[in-house]
Design a protein around this ligand. Structure first.
Ligand SMILES: [Zn+2]
Length: 241
């Protein structure tokens, strides 16, 4: 356990259960509700992960950037959007990227019934598997929100839950410069702690297809220019299993 995890455990033991439970449900790297994959231990590795797609032009531009730099990334797709854009789901996988489950409709799973959680996860698996003809093995909870039943149902469906350790904050209307600053600070922090970086970015928005995310694509391009020349290795989260 890290000192932060120990502090979290102490928090759970000593303060109101409701407060501690919310903390464990939402803190991205918390393992208190069950094991989640965060990152490997090679500080020279970075996983770029993109949530809330597929998203038409933004996803297509992002695929071009990743292809130009010859790197593979991880895409956690919303099943409802995947049903509407199966060809784009196939383009992501055909380019060598890892496709994961981000539920059908992007609810806060920590507040849903077990039946609804199963429906959200199984529905998204079916949407992605219908598009790709291959099983899905990874899952990211919307907002990172979870509780033990979420992780149990994910396991029953053959899914490894994946969190992150760097947040781009790119769901806010911020510039590519600001996103790049957030990512660079996170990567240097992780390198100092001798661990790999798992970066949360967005090529879509959960409200609808068509949300503007081009600053995230531009920040990706500049991040790759900066770190590929420094010998960093870009991996999918599957390489940390
Ligand atoms: Zn999301």
């Amino acid at each position: 356990m890290t000192s932060i995890q120990l502090a979290a455990a102490a928090t759970l033991a000593s303060v109101a259960v409701a407060g501690g439970t919310a903390y464990a449900a939402l803190w991205p790297q918390s393992q208190l509700f069950g094991p989640v994959l965060v990152a490997g231990f090679n500080p020279d590795e970075i996983a770029l992960t993109y949530d809330d797609g597929p998203n038409d032009a933004t996803t297509e531009r992002l695929l071009e950037v990743l292809a130009r730099h010859r790197v593979r990334a991880t895409f956690f797709l919303i099943g409802g959007f995947a049903r509407q854009r199966p060809a784009l789901v196939r383009s992501i996988a055909a380019a060598g990227h890892l496709v994961g489950n981000h539920t059908m409709t992007h609810p806060w799973l920590s507040w849903q019934s077990a039946g609804r959680i199963r429906q959200e996860l199984a529905g998204c698996n079916a949407a992605l598997e219908d598009a790709l003809g291959a099983p899905i093995h990874f899952f990211r909870a919307p907002h990172g929100a979870r509780r033990p039943v979420v992780l149990r149902i994910a396991r029953e469906l053959g899914l490894t839950a994946v969190q992150w350790n760097i947040t781009a904050f790119d769901w806010n209307p911020i510039s590519a410069d600001e996103i790049l600053g957030n990512l660079t600070r996170g990567i240097e922090h992780n390198r100092g702690r001798k661990r790999a970086s798992n970066i949360l970015l967005h090529d879509g928005g959960d409200v609808s297809i068509g949300q503007p995310r081009m600053p995230s694509v531009e920040a990706t391009d500049r991040l790759l220019q900066r770190y590929k020349s420094k010998g960093m290795r870009f991996v999918t989260v599957a390489e940390w299993i």
